[in-house]
Each structure stands twice: as C-alpha cells, then as structure tokens.
Design a protein around this ligand. Structure first.
Ligand code: ADP
Length: 349
C-alpha cells in the first residue's frame, strides 16, 4: 500500500466514521476493496467474506444496478439487510480509477416524506366533496335568477375561485399519485397523433392564443400511460400559451431522436431567468406568482410533467432565454418508442 493510498484511506475512514455514514471503496471492476464498520450495520456486509466481491452481487436492487451504470446524484433503495430501512447511496470518483460509495440511512426522511404525501392525498380527497356541493349550489344560484342583480358579480367571482380550488385539488391528487407510485408507467400503446391533435386544435381555436404550429411524425407512437402522457402534453402546451404573447409563436414537435423520441414545445414567450430554471419543476414554485394565478396556474404543472416523464423512463429538459422564449423537451427512451404501423410491438416488457 503506497503512502498516498494509506492517507486517502485514513481520510475516508475519518470522514465516514465521523458522520456515521457507510463508506465503501470500489476498484474499477466494481469490486469491494475496503469498507468501514457502518457498512456492516447498514448493509450487513461481512468484513472477511465480502471483500473482493462485486458490489452489485451484494446490493442487487435494480435501481442501484442502473445507478451504478450512470451515477448521477444519488439513489435511494431499501437496505438489503432490512427492507423497512432506506439507504441513500452516492458514488463518487476516488483515487485512480476507483470509486467511493457513501451510504446514509435516510429511513426517517423517507417515512416523513411518505407521511407528507399521505396527508396531502387524504386532505385533497376530503376537500373534494364539500367543494362539489358548494359548486353545485353556486351554479343553482347563478341560474336561478332569484337574487338581486348586485349579487351577479360576487357569485361569478366565487364560482371562479371554486373552480380554481377544484383545479388545485385535482393537480395535487394527480401529483401525489405520481410521486407515490414506485413502478414505471405501463406499456400501453398510445397513438400520439390521436392524443396530440385535439389538444393542438383546442388551443389553436382560442381567440387570444399565439400562433401554434404542429410538426408531428404520425407513425411514431409511444408505449406508456395515456392519461399521464395527455397530462404532459396539455401542461406544456398550456404553459407555452400562457407565457407567450398573442403575437408570439409556439412550435410543437413530436419526432424521432435517433432510436428514441422527443416531444418539444418551443415558444417565443417571456422566458425564464437562468437561476430559476433548476427550481421550476418543484411543486408550487413560480417565477411570478401573480402572473401564474391570473392565467389559471396552480404551480404544480411542471412537477406533474417531470414525474410523469420519469415514470416513462425519460427526462425533461428546459432551455430558456429571458425575453426570447423557452424550450421544454420530453425525452422518451427507445424502449418506449414504437411505430404506429406495427403496434404489436407494444407488448414489450
Ligand atoms: P404554473 O401553474 O404556475 O404555470 P408550472 O409548474 O406549470 O406552474 O410552472 C412553474 C413556473 O414555471 C411558472 O409559474 C412560470 O413561472 C414558469 N414557466 C413554466 N412554463 C413556462 C414557459 N413556457 N415560459 C415561461 N415561464 C414558464
């Protein structure tokens, strides 16, 4: 062992022991070179038996195996030792051709997150029924013609607010459902043209819309969950329309991207400042709260889009320039792409 290596090892040991985190050093073939005592507690590794083993022979969770191929950020998986505990694993390059896996026990955070989601889901469901009743009575009052005329304005405004609350609740219910589903989306055949054209037509026919253009590969279909894909299209096109002036232009594209497929919405709207871009897919994050509300936004649309795209094993890309416009892209992998001429391929997986 060289002095440099010993020093590095000591540093890792000190860091991980101080934090009570697990630390594993892996060689370029992903074999275990060394690990600290916390790894024995967290993952159940044996210091004699498991040295020299490939790490994915011991941590077999598919999310970890996929993460190992492309280690971006960190991955959270149940502990192979105790499925009630959750571990966050981060791989970082270390030494020459080696990597260091840092393992943290995140059980508490995962449970808190689950409680938060359950609470939101329950509260949203509970609020739905009283809101339906209020909305019904308001409609009856508006149509009844029994109230003095001076009530017309307040009733219309209350109806508007009730509609807004109903939209927020539906978005919250959809988002919590997407966030809590751990499985990938189904592989149902989706004729993208059939799904996209009516949305395009609806927005094009609106009197105050910017000019919309649709470029679509009619033969390119998708394998996924139709209602989630519909929600992706609707949210992105709706946003582009809301944040682009009437004399602006919106281009919607559905096309191949090598063996994969891409759905793009390119607008010439107000754009988004660079510092906001990493945060706009967080729930309730809006650059301009007033403008978002005025145009009927809930602040949940992009969070829904991001989760729905991820459930289709894809990712969302965002590029924008202030005052010039924005481009939102949904990238779907090859496994989700099929030709509408041979939909029988839809039985993949
Ligand atoms: P909202 O309901 O507020 O639109 P979203 O989650 O859909 O919520 O979007 C979050 C925020 O991202 C918006 O409030 C807006 O500030 C910004 N945004 C989204 N799409 C666009 C766009 N096409 N052009 C400019 N800003 C956008």
């Amino acid at each position: 062992m060289t002095d440099r290596y010993k020093r590095l090892l000591r540093e890792v040991r000190e860091c991980t022991d101080a934090l009570q985190d697990g630390g594993i050093i892996l060689n370029s073939a992903h074999e275990i070179v060394w690990f600290n005592s916390a790894v024995t507690t967290l993952l159940g590794f044996d210091s004699v038996r498991d040295r020299g083993q490939r790490v994915d022979n011991l941590i077999r969770h598919p999310d970890f195996v996929a993460y190992q191929e492309d280690p971006q950020g960190e991955v959270v998986i149940p502990s192979p030792r105790d499925s009630e505990r959750y571990l966050a694993i981060q791989l970082v390059p270390y030494g020459r051709g080696q990597s260091l896996a840092i393992i943290r026990d995140v059980t508490r955070q995962v449970r808190l997150e689950r409680t938060r989601r359950d609470f939101i889901a329950n509260a949203s469901h509970e609020l739905r029924s009283p809101l339906t009743v209020i909305s019904g009575y308001l409609d009856a009052l508006a149509e009844g013609g029994e109230l003095p005329e001076s009530w017309d304005g307040p009733i219309t405004e209350t109806q508007r607010q009730v509609d807004r609350m109903t939209t927020i609740l539906s978005d919250l219910i959809e988002l919590t459902r997407l966030e809590s589903s751990e499985d990938e989306a189904e592989y149902e055949f989706i004729d993208v043209r059939e799904l996209l054209e009516p949305i395009y037509t609806e927005f094009s026919n609106r009197s105050k819309s910017p000019c919309l253009e649709l470029q679509l590969d009619a033969e390119l279909a998708l394998l996924g969950n139709e209602s989630e894909v519909h929600s992706i299209f609707l949210n992105l096109i709706n946003n582009a329309v809301r944040f682009t002036s009437e004399d602006g232009h919106i281009q919607i594209q559905w096309r191949r991207d090598g063996a994969a497929a891409i759905f793009l919405v390119v607008d010439t709207g107000i754009g988004i400042q660079e510092e906001h871009i990493p945060r706009i897919t967080e729930r309730f994050y809006r650059v301009d709260k007033g403008r978002s509300r005025e145009t009927g936004g809930t602040g949940l649309g992009l969070a829904i889009v991001r989760h729905a795209v991820q459930r289709h094993n894809g990712h969302l890309s965002i590029e924008s320039q202030m005052g010039k416009g924005s481009t939102f892209g949904c990238h779907f992998p090859e496994t989700r792409v099929v030709s509408s001429r041979s939909p029988q391929k839809a039985v993949v997986n």
